[in-house]
Design a protein around this ligand. Structure first.
Ligand code: ASP
Length: 345
């Protein structure tokens, strides 16, 4: 069978099975009233904080940035900010972006080192420069100019996980492996892992703001930039339509400008959940390289999407069924939202 036919067949087969009622949740997407905040599965504190700020009259951009700051500051979240897992040299390099609906302006930093709150720096890039994206040393110097302080973002925990990774990398090199311990277990959990926090919100005026912040892929090649700081890939906001954000394999979003596409699908009338699912399918149909596919043609990685529209409808979808779902908060409080998916785990 030609590769193309194989892909088509396996696509139909897998979608036929998994795109039934199990994957596209039948229940209408929960609808909410403004103000409203959504965030990835690690964003319970973020949506609560964002909503609290919005309910007390704060600005929507501050609400999402302050929300994710709690997770950036948390050393126990190994995928974001302080205590995020480092690159292959043991250096933590962070990516973040913000986008503000009313001005349609964005700000972002990529590969920034030593600054634990890159989302706030991205907000300053948006507010205090005529640029959108600053990277590496320039991003750090910009942060220092605004009074940020550098610090070592590697915690004892992430240093030990990184060291395990290095020692286990190649049995023929000079790094000897020692007995397995708790850090080996954490390494197993995080070695191929992705993790990030996304948060979007809409205030009582219907103005939208979005943020995505991350330490990116664990043990990445130094200098690697993911989707999180790229507008349209890891987040997108359009004040006329809604907002979308993502976590998971950034390369898939960079190749498909996934969050821009979700917002465009919502503009065409799809619900947030349908728009997110449509992009999962688009990624599937565009993924050709064998190392990204299982033998049966299913995708061998995960990406998750979260979105809302101007009607206050909320929805999400993922390549693989999510065990956590994602978070939303509105006047009814903070709660989990189930996600549609391509494949059951
Ligand atoms: N999307 C992030 C990146 O590729 C990682 C993640 O969300 O897990 O950098």
């Amino acid at each position: 069978m030609k590769r193309r036919d194989f892909l088509k067949t396996s696509l139909t087969a897998s979608l036929g099975v998994s795109l039934g009622s199990a994957s596209l949740l039948k229940a209408a997407t929960p609808s909410a009233e403004y103000p409203l905040a959504i965030a990835s599965g690690n964003g319970e504190v973020a949506v609560k904080k964002a909503l609290e700020i919005l309910q007390s009259g704060g600005k929507v951009m501050d609400a999402v940035v302050e929300g994710v700051k709690i997770v950036e500051d948390d050393p126990e979240d190994l995928t974001v900010g302080y205590g995020g897992l480092p690159n292959e040299d043991g250096v933590v390099q962070l990516d973040a972006a913000v986008m503000y609906g009313p001005t349609h302006k964005a700000g972002a930093v990529a590969c920034i080192e030593g600054i634990r709150n890159p989302a706030k720096v991205a907000q300053l890039v948006m507010d205090r420069t005529d640029h959108v994206l600053l990277v590496g040393k320039g991003a750090q110097e910009f942060a220092l100019a605004h009074g940020f302080k550098t610090e070592n973002l590697l915690t004892e925990k992430t240093r030990k996980i990184w060291l395990k990774w290095k020692e286990k990398l190649n049995p023929r090199d000079n790094w000897r492996e020692v007995a397995d311990d708790e850090y080996s277990l954490l390494l197993d959990q995080y070695k191929d892992s992705y993790g990030t926090i996304h948060c979007s919100a809409i205030d009582t005026n219907g103005d939208i703001a979005s943020v995505t912040t991350t330490s990116g892929r664990s043990f990445k090649i130094p200098g690697r930039v993911g989707d999180s700081p790229i507008i349209g890939a890891g987040l997108y906001a359009d004040n006329e339509v809604g907002a979308a954000g993502s976590t998971g394999r950034g390369e898939a979003n960079l190749n498909n400008l996934s969050c821009f596409l979700i917002v465009e699908f919502m503009r065409m009338g799809k619900s947030p959940q349908e728009a997110c699912m449509e992009v999962c399918k688009r990624i599937l149909s565009h993924t050709r390289l064998p190392h990204l596919l299982k033998d049966n043609g299913d995708l061998d990685f995960n990406v998750e999407f979260y979105a809302f529209n101007k009607k206050g409808e909320v929805g999400g979808a993922a390549v693989y069924e999510s065990s956590t779902g994602f978070w939303m908060a509105d006047a009814k409080g903070a709660r989990k939202v189930e996600m549609a998916y391509l494949y059951k785990r």
